[in-house]
Design a protein around this ligand. Structure first.
Ligand SMILES: Nc1ncnc2c1ncn2[C@@H]1O[C@H](COP(=O)(O)OP(=O)(O)OP(=O)(O)O)[C@@H](O)[C@H]1O
Ligand SMILES: [Mg+2]
Length: 651
C-alpha cells in the first residue's frame, strides 16, 4: 500500500490555514486544518497524523503545550513549527521539544514544500529502520535462544584462538563456567595428547565451504575439587565442526581473518556404545572360532581318548605301557579343559542346563580338590535351604575348579579356603555399577587367605590371557572363562581383595523354582549292561571306538554314519533298539532333526545326545524336548558306561 501522509495544519489565522492548504493541495497528502489549540488536540486524539504544521502563538493553547501533549502521549507525529517569532531562544525551545524543523513567517512556498517533503521522507525512513531493527532483534533473540538451548557447545574464537563466546552447554558438559573460559585460549580445555590434532582443527583458517568437521577430540572436564585447576580432570570425547569467520567487506584480495566459530558435540555415549558393540562382535567372533575349534578338536581327541581307553582296558596296570597310556589319557583331558575354558570365555559351551542345588557340587568338587591339595584347609558354610539354580553342571564345576586352583596358587605354603552359600536378593548384590535384574539369587562366596591382589591386578583379572604366573603355569583363561560362564548363566561376579590379606569372589546366580531331577551315581568303574544301541556319528573313528567300547560293556551295536541312515535303521529295527547315541552336528540331517524323526517313529525312544560342541542352546533345546541325556566328547569308557547305565536303568 502506498504511503499517503496525513498532515494537520494548525493556525488561529484562517487565512494562513487556507494558504498552507492551497500550497500543499497539489501533493499527495491528506490535509486537515484547525484554528485553535483545543481543536488541534481533539484532532490528535481522534486520528493519527504524520506531520503537524504548528503555529506557536494561539489564544487558547500555545504551540509549546501542543508539543508537550504530543511528547506525553508518545504520538508518532512530526512537528514543523511555523512562527513569526524570530528569536533564537524560541527556535531552540521548539527543537528541544522535539520539533523536526521550524519555518519563519513569511516564507517562500518552495521552502515550505521542501521542508514538509524532507520531514515526511525522514519519517518514512525512520519507520522502515524501526521495522528492520525489530526484525533484527527478533531474529537475534531467536538465534540466541537456539544457541543457548542447543545440547551442543557453540563457540566463537578470535583470530588468536581465544574464546569470545561459548554457549551454556559448556557448563553441563565440561563443568566449566562461561566466565572461566571466555578470554582463555582454546588449548586450555584440550587433552594434552590431542593438542596437535586440535591445532589444525580448532582454529584453522578455513572458509565456510571447507569446514573442518567430524574431528574427534578429548576435552578436559573440570574436576569439582578445584575448578581453576583443570589438571585434576576426566575427559569427554567430542566431535568438532569449525569454520573460519572473515570480514566480507574487506575488498583486498586476502579477506581479513576474524576468528573461527564452531559446534562441539558430546559423543561419549556413542563411543561407549561403539566399544560395547566391538566387544560384542569380538565375543561373537571368538565364540564362532572357539566353537569351530571345540568341535573338530573334541572329535579328534575322542578318537585318541577312545583308543587309549580301549587299550587301557586290555592292559594290566603292571604292563610297562600302562602308565604312559594313563598319562595320554590325562593330557587329553587337559586339552579338552582348554577348549572348555575358551568356550566358557566366549559364553558358549552351555549344553545341559538343569536345576540343581549348588551345595551339592560345591561339596563334591571341594572334597575332590581337598584330597589333591592337602595343604589347603577347606571350610564349608553352606545354607541348608538354598534355592535351586538352573545351570550346566560341568560348566559350574569348571568355575569352581578355576576358583579353587587360583586360591591354592595364592597360598603356596597352605592356607584356608572358605566356601559359603546363601540365599540373597538382587538388593544385596555388591557393586552398584551392574544393571541388576531384580529377583532372588544364590550367592557363592569363595574366600582364601592368600597373597591377595593390588588394584592394578584386580582390574585385569577377567581379561583373557592375563596371568601373573610364570610361563607354563597359567594360561590366564581361568577367570575369563569364569566370567563368561557366570554371565552366560545370567549371573554376576564381584571380587574383593587386599594385598597380603586374601581374596573373596562373590558369585550370584539367579534362583530357580524348578524341582530337582534325580542324578546318577558317580563311580570310577565301568558298568556292564545289555541290549541294543544304535550309534550315530559322521566320524568313522568315533563309530569305530564307540562300538568297541559298547561291545565291551556288553551291548549289541548298530551303526549309522548319517542322520538319514539313522532314521532308516531306526524305522526298520525300532523294536530291537533300546537306545540311540546321537551326534549333534552332522552334515546332512543334524542331531536335532534326527531326534525329532526318531521320536515320531517311536515316542518312547531313548536318546543320549553326544557332541564336541553344540551351537548356542541347541543341546539344551533338544534335552528340553525330552531327550534323556547329554555326553560331552571326548569321553572315556567309565563316563559312557555310567551314562548308559543310568538312562537304561531309569524305568
Ligand atoms: N585367589 C586369588 N588370589 C590372588 N590372585 C588371584 C586369585 N585369583 C586370581 N588371581 C590373579 O588373577 C590372575 C588371573 O587368574 P586366571 O585364573 O584368569 O589365570 P591364571 O590362574 O593365571 O591362569 P589359568 O587359570 O589359565 O591357569 C592370576 O594370574 C592371579 O594373578
Ligand atoms: Mg587360574
Amino acid at each position: 500500500m502506498p504511503f499517503i501522509p496525513k498532515v494537520l495544519i494548525v493556525d488561529d489565522d484562517l487565512r494562513m490555514c487556507d494558504s498552507l492548504t492551497a500550497l500543499l493541495s497539489d501533493q499527495d497528502y491528506v490535509l486537515r486544518t484547525c484554528s485553535s489549540g483545543k481543536s488541534a488536540i481533539d484532532y490528535l486524539n481522534k486520528d493519527v497524523f504524520d506531520l503537524i504544521l504548528l503555529d506557536m502563538v494561539m489564544p487558547d493553547i500555545s504551540g509549546f503545550q501542543i508539543m508537550d501533549y504530543i511528547n506525553n502521549e508518545r504520538l508518532n507525529t512530526l512537528v514543523i513549527v511555523i512562527t513569526g517569532d524570530v528569536s533564537t531562544e524560541s527556535a531552540i525551545g521548539c527543537l528541544r521539544r522535539g520539533a523536526y524543523d521550524y519555518i519563519r513567517k513569511p516564507f517562500e512556498p518552495e521552502e515550505l514544500l521542501l521542508t514538509v517533503k524532507n520531514s515526511l521522507d525522514h519519517k518514512r525512513l525512520k519507520g522502515e529502520n524501526e521495522v528492520i531493527n525489530n526484525k533484527l532483534a527478533l531474529s537475534e533473540n531467536r538465534y540466541g535462544f537456539l544457541v543457548q538451548n542447543s545440547p551442543d557447545i557453540i563457540y566463537t574464537l578470535d583470530s588468536q584462538g581465544n574464546f569470545t563466546f561459548i554457549s551454556n552447554a559448556v557448563e553441563r558438559l565440561l563443568n566449566f563456567t562461561i566466565e572461566q573460559l571466555v578470554g582463555k585460549h582454546y588449548s586450555f580445555i584440550i587433552h594434552e595428547e590431542d593438542l596437535e590434532k586440535a591445532k589444525w582443527a580448532f582454529a584453522e583458517r578455513r572458509t565456510g565451504d571447507r569446514a573442518a568437521s567430524g574431528i574427534e577430540l578429548r576435552l578436559k572436564v573440570c574436576g569439582d575439587r578445584d575448578p581453576f585447576n583443570p589438571t585434576e580432570t576426566t575427559h569427554l570425547t567430542i566431535e568438532l565442526k569449525s569454520n573460519g569467520i572473515y570480514d566480507k567487506s574487506d575488498t583486498k584480495e586476502e579477506k581479513k581473518f576474524l576468528g573461527t566459530h564452531g559446534v562441539v558435540r558430546d559423543i561419549n555415549d556413542r563411543k561407549q556404545l561403539e566399544a560395547q558393540l566391538h566387544h560384542a562382535q569380538r565375543m561373537e567372533a571368538l565364540g564362532t572360532l572357539a566353537g569351530g575349534i571345540a568341535h573338530d578338536f573334541n572329535n579328534l581327541m575322542m578318537g585318541i581318548l577312545g583308543n587309549v581307553s580301549l587299550m587301557l582296558f586290555d592292559t594290566e596296570p603292571s604292563h610297562p605301557h600302562y602308565n604312559k597310556m594313563k598319562t595320554i589319557e590325562r593330557m587329553i583331558q587337559s586339552c579338552s579343559k582348554l577348549t572348555s575354558q575358551l568356550l566358557g570365555y566366549a559364553r558358549k559351551g552351555k549344553y545341559e542346563v538343569k536345576p540343581l542345588i549348588l551345595n551339592q557340587i560345591v561339596t563334591e568338587s571341594s572334597e575332590t580338590f581337598g584330597r589333591a591339595r592337602k595343604e589347603i584347609a577347606i571350610h564349608r558354610n553352606l545354607a541348608e535351604d538354598l534355592f535351586a539354580v538352573e545351570v550346566d553342571e560341568s560348566q559350574i564345576q569348571q568355575v569352581l575348579m578355576n576358583l579353587y586352583v587360583n586360591a591354592a596358587d595364592a597360598m603356596p605354603g597352605g592356607g584356608r579356603l572358605i566356601l559359603k552359600t546363601k540365599n540373597v536378593t538382587h538388593r544385596e548384590i555388591k557393586d552398584k555399577s551392574y544393571q541388576i535384574e531384580p529377583g532372588n539369587y544364590v550367592l557363592l562366596k569363595v574366600t582364601d587367605n592368600g597373597t591377595g591382589m593390588d588394584e592394578k591386578t584386580m582390574e585385569r583379572i577377567f581379561d583373557p590371557f592375563f596371568t601373573t604366573k610364570e610361563r607354563g603355569r597359567g594360561t590366564g583363561l581361568g577367570l575369563a572363562s569364569v566370567y563368561g560362564i557366570i554371565k552366560g548363566h545370567g549371573g554376576y561376579i564381584n571380587v574383593e581383595s587386599g594385598k597380603g590379606i586374601g581374596t573373596s569372589f562373590y558369585i550370584y546366580m539367579p534362583a530357580s523354582d524348578k524341582t530337582i531331577p534325580k542324578s546318577f551315581e558317580v563311580s570310577g568303574q565301568i558298568l556292564k549292561g545289555k541290549g541294543t544301541i544304535l550309534l550315530v556319528d559322521d566320524e568313522e573313528v568315533i563309530l569305530d571306538v564307540g562300538s568297541q567300547m559298547l561291545k565291551i560293556f556288553g551291548y549289541t551295536v548298530l551303526e549309522a554314519k548319517s542322520g538319514k541312515e539313522a532314521i532308516d535303521v531306526y524305522r526298520k529295527k525300532k523294536d530291537q533298539i533300546d537306545l540311540v547315541i546321537l551326534d549333534m552336528i552332522m552334515p546332512d540331517i543334524g542331531g536335532g532333526e534326527t531326534y525329532d524323526r526318531i521320536k515320531d517313529i517311536d515316542p518312547k525312544a531313548k536318546v543320549l545326545l553326544s557332541s564336541g560342541y553344540s551351537v548356542d542352546g541347541q543341546a539344551t533345546e533338544i534335552l528340553e524336548r525330552g531327550c534323556n541325556g547329554f555326553i560331552q566328547k571326548p569321553f572315556n569308557m567309565e563316563n559312557l558306561s555310567r551314562k548308559l547305565n543310568w538312562i537304561l536303568g531309569e524305568d
